[in-house]
Write a protein that binds this ligand. Structure first.
Ligand SMILES: NC(=O)C1=CN([C@@H]2O[C@H](COP(=O)(O)OP(=O)(O)OC[C@H]3O[C@@H](n4cnc5c(N)ncnc54)[C@H](OP(=O)(O)O)[C@@H]3O)[C@@H](O)[C@H]2O)C=CC1
Ligand SMILES: CC(C)=CCC[C@@H](C)[C@H]1CC[C@H]2C3=C(CC[C@]12C)[C@@]1(C)CCC(=O)C[C@@H]1CC3
Length: 345
C-alpha cells in the first residue's frame, strides 16, 4: 500500500530537499506539500515532478501559524486520506535575527568555540510579535500550530493496527535555559526561536509517553547549519559566500556544518527508513557531514525531563481549549455581522 507523507514548509530549503530525497527513495509515495504560499508550493511541485514524472505530489494550503488555517487544512487532510504514515513538522521561522558580534569575537578566543559554532549559544536573539490569534508568532509557527495539527489529525495518526510517525525539525539552538515553563510562548525573552525548539523537544517526549500505545511515534532531528532562506535572513548571502571557505574548515572540527539542504535532510530521510520501535524517544537525531564529505545520522541525548514535558503538554492542551473557544466566538461574531449586513441591505 502506498505511504502517505505530509511535509510542512515543503516549498523550500530542508523541507523541499526532504521531498526530493523521499521520492528518490520510494517512487510509490503519496507526498503532500503543506505550505502557506501556494505559488511557491506550485513551483516546488513542478520541480519535483520534473525529476519524478510519475510521482503523486499533492498540495495543501496550510499556514501553520494560524489557528483557523490549521483547522481547515486538517479537515481537508481527513477528507483526502484515510491514514498518515509520516507527518514531517518542518515549517519554521526565525524573525528579525540579530547576531551579537561582540559575543562572537569573544567566543572565538574561548574554549567554548566549537560549541558556539555548533549551537550559536549566546550569539543570536530575535524580535517576536503577536499574531492575529493573540499568540507569539514564533511559538505559534514553530510549535503550537504543529501541536494543533497533530491534535486535529489524531483520528488518522492514532489508528489501531497502524503505526504513524511525526518528525520535528528541531535545532542545536534548542536550549533549556532559553525556555521558561511559566512563559512557554516566550513573551518576555529575546530567544523565542531557541525556546520554541526546546519546547518541541519536550513535546516530542510527551507525545511518545501518551501516544505510543495508540500507534503514534514522535522523533526529533537537528539538520545542522544549512544555507537556506532562514540562514540568509540572519546574514546577507554575500557574507555567507565570503566566509564559505572558513565554514568548510570549521566542518573539520564540528560535523554540524551540513551546509546544503540535501545534507541537512539526512536525519529526516534516515528516520523514514527506521522502525519506530528501534528509536530512542530521548534522543535528537543529528544530520552530520564529516570533513571527508560523508553524510550520516547520529543520535545524541536531549536535555529534557519527563516532569517538565508533562507540564508543557498539559499547558498546550489548555491553550488549545482557549484558542478554539476564541475562534468559535470570533466566527459567530463574523456570522452575526454578516447576517446584519444582509438584512440591512
Ligand atoms: N537552516 C538551518 O541552519 C536550520 C534550520 N532548522 C529548521 O529547519 C526548518 C526548515 O527551515 P529551512 O529549510 O532552514 O528554512 P526555509 O526558510 O527555507 O524553510 C522554512 C519553510 O517553512 C515555511 N513556513 C514558515 N512559516 C510558515 C507558516 N506559518 N506556515 C507554513 N509554512 C511556513 C516556509 O514557507 P514560506 O516560503 O511560505 O516562508 C518554508 O517553506 C525550520 O523549522 C528551521 O527552524 C533547524 C536548524 C538549522
Ligand atoms: C565564520 C562564521 C561561520 C561566522 C558565522 C557566525 C554565526 C552567524 C553562525 C555561527 C553558528 C551559526 C548557527 C546558526 C546561525 C548562524 C550562526 C549563529 C543557527 C542558529 C541557525 C538556525 C539553527 O536552528 C541552528 C544554527 C546553529 C549554528
Amino acid at each position: 500500500m502506498e505511504k502517505i507523507v505530509i511535509v510542512t514548509g515543503a516549498n523550500s530549503g530542508i523541507g523541499l530537499a526532504l521531498c526530493e530525497r523521499l521520492l528518490t527513495e520510494d517512487s510509490q509515495l503519496r507526498l503532500c506539500l503543506a505550505c502557506r504560499n501556494m505559488q511557491r508550493a506550485e513551483a516546488a511541485r513542478s520541480a519535483l515532478l520534473t525529476c519524478h514524472t510519475n510521482a503523486s505530489v499533492d498540495l495543501l494550503h496550510l499556514d501553520v501559524g494560524s489557528v483557523q488555517s490549521v483547522l481547515t487544512a486538517a479537515q481537508e487532510v481527513k477528507a483526502r486520506y484515510s491514514k498518515i504514515d509520516f507527518l514531517y513538522l518542518n515549517a519554521g521561522i526565525m524573525p528579525n535575527p540579530q547576531v551579537d558580534i561582540r559575543a562572537f569575537i569573544k567566543g572565538l578566543f574561548s574554549r567554548n568555540v566549537i560549541n558556539m559554532f555548533a549551537t550559536a549559544e549566546g550569539l543570536l536573539t530575535q524580535q517576536d510579535t503577536l499574531n492575529s490569534d493573540g499568540l507569539q508568532e514564533v511559538f505559534a509557527t514553530n510549535l503550537f500550530g504543529h501541536f494543533l495539527m497533530i491534535r486535529e489529525l489524531e483520528p488518522l495518526l492514532c489508528q489501531t493496527g497502524h503505526t504513524s510517525r511525526v518528525v520535528w525539525t528541531s535545532s542545536s539552538n534548542a536550549r533549556r535555559s532559553a525556555f521558561n515553563i511559566e512563559d512557554m510562548q516566550h513573551r518576555n525573552g529575546t530567544e523565542p526561536y531557541s525556546s520554541s525548539k526546546y519546547a518541541s523537544d519536550m513535546l516530542s517526549l510527551a507525545l511518545n509517553r501518551h501516544k505510543n500505545s495508540q500507534g503514534l511515534f514522535s522523533s526529533v532531528i537537528c539538520p545542522g547549519l544549512v544555507m537556506t532562506n532562514l540562514t540568509y535572513g540572519i546574514l546577507p548571502s554575500f557574507f555567507w559566500n565570503i566566509i564559505m571557505p572558513i565554514m568548510w574548515l570549521i566542518r573539520i572540527f564540528t560535523n554540524t556544518f551540513t551546509l546544503t539542504p540535501y545534507n541537512g535532510a539526512e536525519a529526516l530521510h534516515w528516520l523514514f527508513l527506521q522502525k519506530p520501535e528501534s528509536l530512542d524517544a530521548r534522543a535528537k537525531y543529528h544530520s552530520l557531514k564529516s570533513g571527508l564529505g560523508t553524510n550520516y545520522t547520529q543520535p545524541r541525548p536531549m536535555d529534557v525531563d519527563d516532569e517538565m514535558s508533562e507540564v508543557l503538554y498539559k499547558k498546550l492542551l489548555k491553550l488549545e481549549i482557549v484558542v478554539r473557544r476564541q475562534l468559535s466566538e470570533k466566527n459567530a461574531d463574523n456570522q452575526a455581522h454578516q447576517q446584519y449586513l444582509n438584512e440591512t441591505k
